[in-house]
Design a protein around this ligand. Sequence first.
Ligand SMILES: CC(C)(COP(=O)(O)OP(=O)(O)OC[C@H]1O[C@@H](n2cnc3c(N)ncnc32)[C@H](O)[C@@H]1OP(=O)(O)O)[C@@H](O)C(=O)NCCC(=O)NCCS
Length: 169
Amino acid sequence: MRLRNVLPGDVDAYVRMRCDPIMMAHLGGPLPREGMADKVRRDAQKAADDLAWFKMIVPDAAEPDVVAGMVTVWSRDTGDGPISEIGWMVLPEFQGQGLGKRAVRTLLQQAGDQGRWGLVHAFPATNNAASNGICRSVGFRLLSPLEVAFAERVLSANHWVIDPGKELR
Ligand SMILES: CC(C)(COP(=O)(O)OP(=O)(O)OC[C@H]1O[C@@H](n2cnc3c(N)ncnc32)[C@H](O)[C@@H]1OP(=O)(O)O)[C@@H](O)C(=O)NCCC(=O)NCCS
């Protein structure tokens, strides 16, 4: 498995991840298809400028066109100052193979190695067993349940945090 920056041509993968009712079941439901190409272009530009880490998961380096999902680290302003946040998605045919966990661990390893991002927060939906499983098994600490805004929706989530330089397993 390797991670690479999101590119403007990743629209199909974004549509499959973000406009699909099953993929978005824990994230408030599917997003509209319109605007997805713009979203990919903006994310690709931010990735190229190294403002955020928007990474596509490539399961097999020998097949670089096949993507399994994505993992992202970005800075978000909470109103009380910025925090670093991580999120992830794995397409259905690649789920349950440990890829999500490996991708998250790989990106957090980079964060720790580079001393970038500080504490990294994750907010999986409280009933998202696989995402909470990823947090638990890579070394996040569970803080508390809370309500979070995602794509203009409000979701019940667990608040997890990790210091990637010290706590990654
Ligand atoms: C959540 C998601 C990223 C998990 O990716 P994945 O590659 O299937 O997960 P992994 O195979 O790496 O498994 C991660 C951990 O969760 C556990 N797990 C996986 N699927 C599970 C399930 N359905 N129920 C309970 N635990 C599960 C695994 O056993 C593993 O824990 P372990 O290391 O203790 O064994 C993927 O299912 C997904 O993208 N879902 C839809 C979108 C989404 O919910 N995104 C996340 C928003 S926070």
